[in-house]
Write a protein that binds this ligand. Sequence first.
Ligand code: 8YV
Length: 330
Amino acid sequence: MVRQKPLVVVTRKLPDVIETRMMELFDVRLNLNDEPYTAAALSEAVSGADVLVPTVTDRIDAKVLAAAGERLKLIANYGAGVDHIDLRAARERGITVTNTPDVLTEDTADMTMALILAVPRRLTEGERVIREGRWPGWSPTWMLGNRVSGKRLGIVGMGRIGQAVARRARSFNMSIHYHNRRRVHQEIEAELEATYHESLDQMLARMDIVTVHCPHTPATFHLLSARRLKLLQPHAYVINTARGEIIDEAALTRMLRNREIAGAGLDVFENEPAINPKLLQLDNVVLLPHMGSSTIEARIGMGECVLINVRSVMDGHLPPNRVLPEDLGF
Ligand code: 8YV
């Protein structure tokens, strides 16, 4: 039998409107109960697929790609980060990889700003006091946090999300510092009144709050290593809405416990969904379950991106959000 429509394998439950449209356009294999696939179940699910739509909860390695077989020509990731995909294996097999940038930028920046406010102002600590009936009443010297206005914010990774965070932080009267592989355009620096630090080490040593916005790649694994974390001042806060692997989480936890830094706001973790139990015991951290892009608007936008990327490839065009093959030079 000749297959009319491409077989698209989707590994997790997506918003209804996206799944409905996918069913109109493609031959779709959905994950109806939304349980993350085990490695074996994933290999079974992808067999014979033309297109795979994974999420951050899937490990797309060479074995999975081999199990998919020769037909697989596109991995249309549902998400911006592609660190769960073995890009080298995909490149070797000539597979195109796309992602979903832009549509989640503002929401992730909002969540980052929420953590930048929540940690120094002890938001969740205060909330816990109320819920647990432990509020002794107002006092001039109780539950004091730190002001964010006038403080130095160090942004590690000045891409779309880093810049969106900088814009928000400016309006909270913070001064913007950043480290990036490349200096951003002068006009952007001027708009954000941002100071570029070629040396990450030097930037870390001077910041009041550090927030991470680079992708997780082999080059950024433990970029904030134990050695670099030691450069932070004792009053500094660390925020991470990017990927847990960028920070040495064990070293960060030790420093938080010993009060060598003031606090942390973490939306991502090294071994998600497992959380280091020592982190759970600390009151100077705000912990969120990877919620940066969790708005209905972002999740539908991400689905739209996937649809457009798949359609583009199926129609023989370059997809708008191509990660692989890298820039083809036109
Ligand atoms: C997504 C994210 O929800 O887009 C990303 O890289 O980290 C999240 O906001 C997740 O990746 C979906 O696969």
